[in-house]
Design a protein around this ligand. Sequence first.
Ligand SMILES: *Cc1c(COP(=O)(O)O)cnc(C)c1O
Length: 359
Amino acid sequence: MQFIDLAAQYQHLKNKIDARIHKVLDHGHYIMGPEVFELEEKLAEYVGVKHAITCANGTDALTLAMMALDIKEGDAVFCPTFTFFATAETIAFASATPVFVDSEESTFNICPIDLEKRIQRVIAEGKLVPKAIVSVDLFGLPANYPEIEKIAEKYNLKLIEDAAQGFGGSINNKKAGSFGDIATTSFFPAKPLGCYGDGGAIFTNNDEYAELIKSYRVHGKGTDKYDNVRVGVNSRLDTIQAAILLEKLAVFDEELISRNLAAKSYNKELPEHLIKPIIPDGYTSSWAQYTVRSTDREQTMEQYNKKNIPTMIYYRTCMHQQSAFEYLGNNNGDFPVAEKLSKEVFSLPMHGYLLDNKK
Ligand SMILES: *Cc1c(COP(=O)(O)O)cnc(C)c1O
């Protein structure tokens, strides 16, 4: 059994994906070919935003968002401590200061109550300029945007939705990728919508941010890439990856249905002693991971592994516990909920072809 069965998906889509790749080989526009723009249109339509801009990976997507929002040295940017490293890394890479926030125990996502406390603390200290919030749709479940958006507005903060795992999820039919000022996602192979290499995208309804990001991703281009009006980066999605994503996006909703069925079946069949993921009313998850909690995690995982069911731990180490962030001076015990989650969570296999395997 595979944790994420990319081979099963490829077998299902082989003819279509192969044909799309061959089209690219025939026309030879490997960088910024027509498939890139076709994909951007379809992504914007899918998410329900004005602009979708692809780039090289989900980490660059965050960096490009921060460049567009002019996040810089002296700025405080709030993000959950229980997340993948890139969320916090890109804040520090922008020379700003990551200010970590504890999690909500039931959803694993950033806790709006703790968020507001930490914002007030930064204001009271008066050393950093509170600038932005990066919220994460952890394991596929959108964060509590109704509350987070209120807080962003109250304290005049920009909001970035890190939907690297959330793509496909929704709140009251509003799709992940459409929250905040700018949202980002990743097409890393293991994400809900993955390509066959690295890839990412940025979503926004703001024309000015969209123009800036399109410029930043190609060396700060003006009218063309040899007219450079600002210092940017080189972060484009390969045309071949766009071609693969077009075929995967076409079946993505079917795969989401299948992921939801798999989650339902887990909810029903897993033993009582495991705490199952909670999806609040009106929310849907893309089930990037199906993550449970157990107070004797290692032993429980061992039992599954013996039955040839692979398990993974996302995440064993919170951001405030990472060596790279020691300089921030956080301590163990500062984020009790996230620390507890990091000791109890583990994830079971999840992909769009999981139930087919059982047949
Ligand atoms: C995967 C991931 C990223 C980074 O995406 P890459 O494409 O691997 O650079 C950022 N944030 C979160 C929450 C992720 O899970």
